[in-house]
Design a protein around this ligand. Structure first.
Ligand SMILES: [Zn+2]
Length: 224
C-alpha cells in the first residue's frame, strides 16, 4: 500500500475507530489482544494435499468451529459486511509466518451468481480478495470465473447432491481472462470463505484447468 493510502487509512480509523469483533471495544485490531488471549486462538495456516481433485493444496486457517462459524454466518447471511476486514486481518497474521500468499501470482475469488450478489449486495470472497490485494503489494486479483446459473445453496444439500448442484454452473469470464492467455503457467489461488466437501472449489478449478491453467490451489478461512 502506498504512503497516501496509508495516511488515508489512519485518518479513516480516527473517524471510524476499529472495534473488536468479540468485545466491541475500540481497539487497534479487529480482534483485540485480550479477546484473542481469552479465546486461545492459534492463527496459522493448515495445508491438506489432494491427489484426485482439480486443485492440489487446500490451505485454511480454522476448523469450522462455533467461534468462526458464527462470524462467517454473520458475514454471509446477516449483512455484517465489515467483517471482511477482520478476516483479512487474521489471514495477514497467518501469512506473516508462512508467507503462503507470496507464492501465488493470481488470486481468483469464487464467484456467486448475479442474482445472489444483487440480493446480498456483495460477493464475500471478492471483498476479502480485494482487501488482501490492497494490503499486500504482490497480490493481483483476477475475476476470471463467472457463475452462470443461480443454483441451490450448497449448505442445504448432502455431499452427492452438492457435486451435482455445482456441475457446469461456472464458466471462464472471457473478457477478464483475455489478458491471462500468456500467463496460464503462473500460480493461481482460488479463495472462498468455507470448504465443506470441496465440490465448489473442485468445479471452479476444473474451469481454470480447461482454460489451460495447471497450478491451482485453494484457500478458505474455514474447513468443515
Ligand atoms: Zn476484544
Amino acid at each position: 500500500m502506498n504512503f497516501i493510502l496509508k495516511v488515508m487509512e489512519k485518518v479513516s480509523n480516527i473517524i471510524y475507530p476499529i472495534k473488536c469483533v468479540e468485545c466491541n471495544k475500540i481497539s487497534k485490531q479487529y480482534l483485540c489482544k485480550k479477546c484473542k488471549a481469552r479465546l486461545g486462538l492459534k492463527i496459522e495456516t493448515n495445508i491438506k494435499v489432494y491427489k484426485n481433485k482439480n486443485f492440489i493444496n487446500h490451505i485454511y486457517l480454522f476448523k469450522y468451529s462455533d467461534w468462526i462459524r458464527e462470524k462467517l454466518i454473520k458475514y454471509k447471511f446477516r449483512n455484517h459486511t465489515y467483517l471482511y476486514r477482520f478476516f483479512v486481518e487474521i489471514i495477514i497474521e497467518a501469512n506473516n509466518q508462512s508467507k503462503f500468499l507470496e507464492k501465488y501470482d493470481y488470486i481468483v475469488p469464487i464467484p456467486i451468481s448475479r442474482a445472489r450478489k444483487k440480493e446480498r449486495g456483495y460477493n464475500q470472497s471478492e471483498l476479502i480478495a480485494n482487501e488482501l490485494a490492497r494490503k499486500i503489494d504482490s497480490i493481483s486479483v483476477v475475476n476470471i470465473i463467472s457463475k452462470k446459473i443461480n443454483n441451490k445453496v450448497q449448505s442445504t444439500l448432502k455431499q452427492k447432491e452438492r457435486e451435482e448442484n455445482v456441475k457446469n454452473v461456472y464458466e471462464i469470464n472471457r473478457k477478464e481472462a483475455v489478458n491471462l492467455e500468456n500467463n496460464i503457467d503462473k500460480k493461481f489461488l482460488l479463495i472462498d470463505d468455507i470448504f465443506t466437501t470441496g465440490s465448489t472449489s473442485n468445479e471452479c478449478a476444473k474451469v481454470l484447468k480447461k482454460f489451460g491453467i495447471k497450478n491451482i490451489d485453494i484457500f478458505t478461512i474455514a474447513k468443515d
